[in-house]
Design a protein around this ligand. Sequence first.
Ligand code: NAD
Length: 439
Amino acid sequence: MNASIPATDLPAVVARLRAHFAEGRTKPLAWRRAQLAALRALLTEQAEAFQQALHADLGKSAAEAYRTEIGFTLNELDHTVAHLEEWLAPKPAGVPGVFQPAEARVVRDPLGVVLIIGPWNYPLQLALAPLVGALAAGNTAVVKPSELAPQTSAALARLLPRYLDPEAVTVVEGGVPETTELLEQRFDHIFYTGNGTVGRIVMAAAARHLTPVTLELGGKSPVVVEPGADLEVTARRLAQGKFLNAGQTCVAPDYVLAVGEAATALEPHLVAAVRELYGEDPREAAYGRIVNERHFDRLTALLDHGRLVIGGEHDRADRYLAPTVLADVPPDAPVMQAEIFGPILPIIAVPDLDAAIAFINERDKPLALYAFTPSEQTKRRLTEETSSGALSFGLPVSHLAMPELPFGGVGESGMGRYHGAYSLETFSHAKAVVDKPLD
Ligand code: NAD
């Protein structure tokens, strides 16, 4: 817990942020721009401190930490700054003849005090990228980083107030008790990233105050691979997406549905791709670690079903689990029961595309669906016959880093969306304004 903020003070923290918002201090475009510039300075001047924290928490290499956390957030921030004025400009709306003469427009109102609850897997990105949207929309905010990435949480609590308006943004550290206390307070929006079980707790707490929520959740994101795809390229991109952050990525490919002969044909290419990315001993490479022992034990218990294609080596003391591929995995194996969220890639063989589509549609709607196929008809069928937060052909994970695309889930993988203009929509109210002359 942030030593300066005991849980009993949280009502006062929220009240102060609310008072600051009520004074109108966060509304001018100049204030929003200044906060975004300060956030930019924080990320660039303190990049090394964050890289060290991310290495301590998750074994992230400095390069990966920069690319997926610091650089990612800067990219989101720069895109927002470049378009902010345009997004905030009132949008003229048509007026039916019966009401003429009159003007109508849509104005973006800030909401007030927003709560951002982040997870441990990208603890910097997933605390600060939503904050970019919250500040751009003119809100005050409480940021609650994950206690499971304690170094990054501490760095945020220490450094953020040195850059941002401390009366507008407060970092509250802590775990379940502090978050529970925070959720007692009335917020104007709650933005939660994490698992669906806690997502339900957040939504139930929000309902008491009629507070809208964005739930960025996870789930099992499938990958369809068809035999006609270039399997060398497929395996390389699959391995890159899967083993990034040791598989602890919400949009990581969770499992492969390999159609027909692609199942066995893909195996040697995945072996080659893992070796190409991480060498003979991934432990010595720029490769992450499992966040804690609990998750390590959960993951190693999943290795018992299926045939090991590559990997499987593990060391609890180092929280190391090698990039692992399993073949001949029965659909009812433990590894297929819940989101893997670690570096294990099961391959499930299916006879044809119909079977792959049926497999996907029998399960929860995924956060992402990926496919490697040369067939435009397959692409069309997957687009029309399945539902997922995102759909990407030939490129797993990267849609996340395209700020013009909405990012969010559907069904069990979440509700609401953000990034770029979608963040501004999430963190503001589209107010209808009508103006009819009195004469
Ligand atoms: P986590 O354990 O860090 O929990 C997330 C947040 O919830 C933390 O801030 C934590 O303090 C808080 N929390 C935990 N228990 C709580 C409770 N009982 N009441 C109130 N708050 C509580 O992270 P996690 O849930 O293990 O994260 C992993 C999940 O998040 C995976 O399912 C992953 O797919 C998903 N995820 C989704 C996205 C996305 O953008 N859609 C991104 C990253 C992770």
